[in-house]
Design a binder for this molecule. Sequence first.
Ligand SMILES: [Zn+2]
Length: 384
Amino acid sequence: MINQERIKNLLLEFVQIDSHSRKERDIAERIKKYCEEMGAQVEIDDAGEKVGGNSGNVIARFPGTIPNAPSIMMSAHMDTVVPGEGVKPIIEGDIIRTDESTVPGGDDKSGCAVIIEVIRCLQEQNIPHTPIEAIFSICEEVGLLGAKNVDVSKLKAKYGIVFDSDDPGFLFTKGPSSNHMEFKIHGLESHAGVAPEEGISAIKIAAEGLVNMKLGRIDEETTANIGLISGGMATNIIPNLVVLNGEARSHSEEKLEAQTQHMKKCLEDAAAKYEVTVAGKTTKASVESHIERDYSSMDVPDSSHVVQLVIQAAKRMGLDVKTMASGGGCDANVFNRKGIECANLGTGMRAIHTVKEWLDVKDMYAAAEMTLEIMKLNGELAGK
Ligand SMILES: [Zn+2]
């Protein structure tokens, strides 16, 4: 059994430590301290320097109690989305929320709390277990940057669990690939009242391109969004630049490529219609596209060791865990690509990435209880 009071208090403690992406040092130090107190060898890696943050990933290696057993990874991210500073948790029965001036940050402090509580229980209750490599990552929310910079050659685990989704009854084993896009639309500036025929409005081109662009849910496997738009200088200047930032995701690489090219082409087609000639010099509107792979898909088969471990452990508890496809990306996408087969287990966080985020601690207890059983079963299988 896990200690409900203790894990709840740990969550409340963690959510009150500010940790926007790239500012995770305080929580990293706290987690490092707790892991060291539990006998782990702990390192804060150099990922922070690489991504311009004030802390790296916390990598805690806990020795196992079973000779020659393979390591298992457990991972959660320490950073939160904005606005997430000065969190004052409100506790209403089993529900933890805020006054909606900030997110509570159960995403993903609940995952961090689950990992620590489970390891504490394994040790206190003398439950035979394998070595554990716990990775508390930075900058998940800004592009999985912490996970991307984990040096997996220094890790032993070949499989593991990421704790970073909502319902503990679901195990996410499939996730999409995602492209990030930035489009710079170049027009030509000119005085809007004196010489409008000598300008090209980048805002108008953006609008025309967007009208023709398929966005939102494209099909079962594919989504797309333009999430940011900026441009223009004043009402009396024809705008010469608009910058659009967006993304597309798909479980299919082909569909992702098609959607990405579609978005680019919509803007290029709109731009192609505009040119002006001023004093013998012709200027054509243009689009500069920067397309970057954010993360690549994951697809862990139900027959894999880690999925079976979770399903069998749940079964022993009389529970039914379903594998699912997620529309989001998380550190698990990155770890899978780096050769650590892992799935993403829910911890109870809800309405994430909004100030209305809430968490039912009973779900977090259930996630921790199940994880304890998973580690127990993992130890039994390794000891055979
Ligand atoms: Zn998260």
